[in-house]
Design a protein around this ligand. Structure first.
Ligand code: NZQ
Ligand code: ZN
Length: 393
């Protein structure tokens, strides 16, 4: 067991009609003028944005709006947000959407609270010294950004997608109403389920020692995500299943499922971020397209964990060798991805990189990783290239 700090300061308000608490939460965290930040239109068509405008107007809380955040959110919009907030003297950002909107809100906040170019943080050439208050109304269970320290932004020039992690960015509050996710497409729902599952899997596959309580929490979370993702295939409007997934999404990436474990892997995420930067794919679909290739490349280096995962999470029965059990677990995950219509290769994802692009992806990934990455198996640039090549089929 390793020492750990568990820091999850975000106030969570969960359940139907929880958006009615928005105004009191903004006031509680000192907001006097608010930026309403949102994406490409779903919050307008669902009526959510209108409802929030009415709530703020009824309480005489002034606000300005900025829409247009896209998946794989862009740095240019972050700069626009920083300028707008300075001009309008905004002191609180309300992110209404998913990971892309929340991450943009965090990035705008870094820009407002610190001098210099905000991209420096994402390039890891310096650390932020101060944070800016951000609240969240979540509309998709997926990235876990509503409670996480992460923020992932894409710089258009060079198509570079980079993450910056800092506790300063953890949102003040997160309003989680599962009903808000009922308007999601089947595809975005499945992308979200994949991402939630992966955030715990990335923490689970390690060769270091772990804690029994953390393993049990992680396994229960993964089983719950798989079960309820399949429920939504049959019954997309199922509120109870959406509630399970929404809470799983927050818990899967707020640190809970890694407490006391040695290291976390996050190689599939690192590999995916390069694919997302170059080909602009949905994050969850990029993860499922790569995971099987990563798993087959590393499983012998982390065999006890893959074996335990196969039995405890994927329900693989007794009577096989450890290697066979591990492989059956990997196959079962891929069957699950297919059952929720997620790709298990880059070609199924609709991405057909040339050899030159594969080499570039591996090179960029190794730069982002600082040379090596992974705890299930340490990966260098040549390993990253081999995994991308395996994932092409
Ligand atoms: O833009 P709108 O019209 O709102 O449509 C969005 C978007 O097209 C749509 N959507 C969201 N809620 C909806 C809805 N459509 C209908 N009804 C609703 N209720 O869904 C699409 C995807 O939204 P996005 O915010 O991109 O999804 P997600 O939450 O999966 O976020 C993905 C981003 O988060 C990053 C990813 O890399 C990616 O850029 N991540 C952030 C992390 C973090 N901050 O801790 C960790 C993750 O591993 C991840 O890397
Ligand atoms: Zn993710």
């Amino acid at each position: 067991m390793y020492q750990f700090t568990y820091y999850a300061p975000t106030e969570v308000i969960f359940g139907a009609d929880s958006i009615l608490k928005t105004e009191s939460l903004i006031k509680k965290y000192g907001g006097k003028k608010v930026l309403l930040l949102y994406g490409g239109g779903s919050v307008r068509s669902s009526g959510l944005l209108n409802h929030l405008e009415e709530i703020l107007e009824a309480e005489s809380i002034p606000y300005v709006e900025l829409g247009g955040v896209v998946p794989n959110p862009r740095l240019s919009l972050v700069y626009r947000g920083i300028d707008l907030c300075r001009e309008e003297h905004v002191d609180f950002i309300l992110a209404i959407g998913g990971g892309s909107v929340i991450d943009s809100a965090k990035a705008i906040g870094y820009g407002l609270a610190n001098d210099g170019d905000v991209w420096d943080f994402y390039e890891h050439t310096r650390q932020a010294k101060a944070g800016f208050p951000v609240g969240v109304i979540l509309t998709i269970a997926a990235a876990g950004s509503e409670m996480s320290w992460g923020s992932v932004i894409t710089k258009e020039e060079g198509q570079v997608k980079r993450a910056y992690d800092d506790d300063l960015a953890r949102p003040k509050f997160a309003i989680l109403d599962p009903g808000l996710t009922q308007s999601l497409s089947a595809y975005q729902t499945s992308c979200g389920c994949t991402d939630i599952l992966m955030h715990t899997m990335e923490r689970y596959f390690t060769v270091e020692s772990t804690m029994e309580i953390t393993d049990n929490i992680a396994e229960a979370l993964m089983r719950t995500v798989i079960k309820n993702a399949l429920v939504l295939q049959r019954d997309p409007g199922n509120y109870a299943a959406r509630a399970e997934l929404m809470w799983a999404g927050s818990l899967s990436h707020n640190g809970l499922t890694g407490c006391g474990n040695g290291g976390s892997d996050f190689s599939t995420h690192m590999l995916e971020h390069e694919i997302g930067g170059m080909f602009d794919v949905a994050h969850g679909a990029g993860l499922s397209a790569l995971w099987g290739s990563w798993a087959r490349y590393v499983y012998l280096s982390c065999l006890p964990r893959f074996e335990r995962f196969a039995v405890q999470v994927m329900g693989v029965g007794a009577g096989y060798s450890p290697e066979k059990t591990a492989l059956k677990g990997i196959e079962a995950v891929e069957m699950f991805f297919r059952a929720i219509h997620m790709p298990t290769s880059l070609s199924e994802l609709g991405v057909f990189p040339t050899e030159e692009q594969l080499a570039q992806l591996a090179h960029m990934c190794s730069i982002a990783a600082g040379g090596t990455m992974g705890t299930a198996k340490k990966l260098k640039e040549g390993d990253m290239l081999a995994i991308y090549q395996m994932a092409v089929q």
